[in-house]
Design a protein around this ligand. Sequence first.
Ligand code: PLP
Length: 367
Amino acid sequence: MSLARRPFNFAPGPALLPEAVLRRAAEEMLDWQGSGMSVMEMSHRGREFTSIAEKAERDLRALLAVPPQFRILFMQGGGLAENAIVPLNLSRAGAVDVVVTGAWSQKSAKEARRYADVRVVASNEADGHTSLPPPASWQPRPDAQYLHLCSNETIHGVEFQTLPDLKALGSDAPLVIDCSSHILSRPIDWPKVGLAFAGAQKNIGPAGLTVVIVREDLLGRALPACPSAFDYQLVAENRSMFNTPPTYAIYIAGLVFEWIAAEGGVAALEARNVEKSALLYDALDGSGGFYVNRVAKDARSRMNVPFFLRDESLNEAFLAAAKERGLLQLKGHKSVGGMRASIYNAMPLEGVQALVDHLQDFARRHG
Ligand SMILES: *Cc1c(COP(=O)(O)O)cnc(C)c1O
């Protein structure tokens, strides 16, 4: 199939990948670099795949400036499994604090309750998950084993613009962040973080890979009930080869890391993400109320932009006209309704411009 241009895909995840990555993977599908094998057919312990995995880990460490005292783990299970794996590894079946800012942190709190004494220390539920509770109002417990937050709420479109400094709040607890939907879109402030996890299918690569970046002193605390394959200490000791890792997903992730480096790294992508999201929010805010985004300005996500049509009876027509222009998967999450544009790293500025053109044309025709 040859298309003049692929459609712009605004899916929340699994999400679009850079076209250059897909083309390279297609070229290497049958024979990876003269090995006579597809990456999917290689031993995870063989020389070829070891070189792929080690390079991916090195490149990720460089892109995110991960300090040496953090270990990078390539695991399976996705973000939802981490909601259990984190408490199994870090909670000591004791106190866990959670900040709720949307659907994903709410799920994390619920799952952690199976393993730990969970308290929600701050929540934006009262305003429908449209703001960020100011850290000065949080009251972390002195005996909390860690504090969990979701640094970008994929469904509600709420993003922490800076991470809280728990030490400044009088807490020594490590901060755990679920950064599944904005990892690599901006730098991570490592001195404030104990553990960061991300399912790959939003901003890294295909589903099946979960990246965990954990400070070394947090290893070796798993509860006896923790499955061995999910024990961070065992996974770290075995350089993510305790069990068979998701090899093909790691390979694609590695290609994405190379693409990010070639684009100028995380700082360059961050600048582009600022520009893309400003373009879209300005179009929504400037539509005279035809479109509405309800998230407080200082809490708006650069990656996931939920919005509503004032006249919701036009929703189907809006989506059909978008599809006709090659703008795919704009329907909002079923729990929120409306529309959502996910504009991850791989979405070019031209894609956001095409969406803005559609927003304006549609409003002109139906306003
Ligand atoms: C998508 C997502 C998850 C869930 O990931 P799965 O791989 O489906 O388990 C968790 N957290 C956030 C913030 C997400 O966006």
